[in-house]
Design a protein. Structure first.
Lengths: 326, 326
DNA sequence: TAGCAAACTGTTATCGCTAACATAAACTAG
DNA sequence: CTAGTTTATGTTAGCGATAACAGTTTGCTA
């Protein structure tokens, strides 16, 4: 920067301004500065920039897992909004642990992020306290809450669970099971929605619930189908907490020659790309995770500009996708 | 830091050392320093640290796409190695464009990364030049090359394509088609492998190739199956350039009541989790993308420590997974 | 045309930390 | 017991940029 300044016959602050606040510098000087910068192969130093008080252009993004497509698509949405605005994501993986989240937060604050994007609203009390003390804005993704002063973008996982259970009831199923793995807060909220719907219809039976803490996957879905049918062979529909499990169950039904939906209905959650193509195609809840990412990033950008968003919470909803499996 | 130093009755450099080079500070002082740091809620400032010459602890990772599970799993591997060592990933998405890659490189260098992880070896000449001029080490992922001074971790995409075509020939198929989308360099290398194998068997026929530049997906796989069978109805096997397309084709075959592999064999590439579960299960090439991520990160760490790795290139290979679809 | 505001550029003082060198104390060898 | 070495800490001087304030010039109004 000093070199450019010397060659262009200006002070370094003018070079700085030519790049960061171009309208404060006359066009002539600006072009002169840019010419010399080009010639010298100048690469601005964001680290120095951040130390001197400019925004670091870093945004911390904490997600539970990087191998779960749902969060990856959310990441893609965030990236598509932040990248054109010059922001970098610092991605942290909490492995579904609030404690790990707290640790990551601690570490990432060292990078002077301009803002934070966290998954979910189930943080440790100490995490909440720290977040409130920060001057950096935070947006919580994938769920909604009424907690005051908390910005979030998501949808009601409970309502999603309720809607699917309601759909199964509407289709005439009466012995509806719920199967879940990777029991994170969102999964549990879906379970609560399911329970409420079945209780409302006076058809709830805890023996038709199968919850395991292991990570979910297609093969886990196949396993859990077998396990559930062994324990509760009379059920006529199974609501899986996500499409991975449901797809695994569908494949296993094909192998076991269980006719879906005739003998057994299968439903999932999330609407992954393959879910419309399986045989039978999978009834599921389509969730707007890419949009959650985009909207969260946009909300954060609003906050970073110091503006007050019109509302603190965006409920992006979900939609029931009725297909052949129910 | 100055506050801690004052309270602990030492100079700031000693505080710095207590954190960064603990063995240079007596245990007594160290505990005194840590106690006060804790009490004050001290959060180190990595930005200042990087400006003063310490490593920035940032590693730039450029991948073509964030919605392709192959690259995401590679990312996961990188993350699993770098995170425990305190490094952050700055993730850039090139959208399969070398030009965009060059631009991203330019931008990310502003963050003073300690090292770079790039996907593939097809960079612009200007990108290669710039990389060679950098003092930061670079590792190229997913492919291998003999280019001198170039570190890479991957496997031969050509050999993968060849191996699958060879497998189909061995199974007795004689009219083997190749279908690809998203024509990136790795896909084209697989195509070359396929061609070579068929030419070696004197069975190559360009009319059985269908290459489209659009992104690949399950539904694209279904489309391309229809398209190929319309143009070349006599083929007895189709080698899809990846499992997404192959899965889409399998689903479409089920719908069209085309018996796989009796009437038509289907093969893919990558071995995605679902590929072992489809009906019929999918013959494919299992690629070590998670391991490529891990090994690349490890190689980079070696270089970051200033050590010379034993070899510049790691060929992690691949394996043919023979299943029901062929 | 005085008087003042707006537009542009410059000066100075950091931001928080660490490299490099300097010093002091403790140890070692012959 | 001296001289050289090691170990532990301190001093000084930046790293490369920007904020805040200070000039200087230009333009406009009455």
């Amino acid at each position: 920067m000093a070199d450019i300044a010397r060659l262009a016959g200006v002070s370094t602050i003018t070079v700085s301004r030519a790049f960061k606040k171009p309208d404060l510098v006359t066009e002539e000087l600006r072009t002169r500065i840019f010419t010399h910068a080009e010639k010298l192969g100048y690469v601005p130093n964001r680290v120095a920039s951040a130390l001197a008080g400019a925004p670091s252009m870093n945004v911390v993004v904490l997600i539970p897992s990087m191998t779960n497509m749902v969060f990856v698509e959310m990441l893609a949405g965030i990236h598509d909004v932040l990248h054109p605005r010059g922001y970098q994501m610092l991605i942290g993986v909490t492995r579904y642990s609030p404690l790990e989240e707290e640790r990551l937060l601690q570490t990432y604050l060292e990078f002077l992020p301009d803002g934070l994007l966290l998954t979910g609203i189930d943080h440790l009390p100490s995490t909440w306290n720290r977040l409130e003390a920060l001057r950096q804005p935070t947006v919580h993704m994938m769920e909604t809450t009424d907690r005051p002063g908390c910005y979030c973008v998501g949808f009601s996982q409970f309502d999603g669970g309720y809607a699917m259970a309601r759909h199964l009831l509407d289709q005439g199923y009466r012995r509806i099971a719920f199967v879940a793995a990777q029991l994170d807060p969102r999964t549990l909220a879906r379970a609560d929605g399911y329970r409420q719907a079945l209780r409302d219809a006076d058809l709830y039976d805890p023996r038709r619930e199968l919850l395991v803490p292991e990570p979910s996957s297609i093969s886990m879905g196949a396993n859990l189908l077998d396990q559930l049918l062994a324990e509760a062979p009379d059920c006529d529909a199974i609501f899986f907490c996500n499409d991975d499990l449901a797809q695994g169950a569908l494949f296993q039904c094909q192998r076991r020659k269980i006719e879906v939906p005739k003998q057994l209905a299968i439903a999932g959650f999330n609407d992954l790309p393959a879910s419309g193509w399986t045989l039978p195609s999978l009834t599921t809840i389509a969730t707007p995770r890419y949009q959650v990412g985009r909207q969260s990033a946009n909300l954060l950008l609003t906050l970073l500009e110091g503006k007050q968003p019109t509302v603190p919470t965006y409920d992006l909803g979900f939609s029931l996708v009725t297909r052949e499996s129910t």
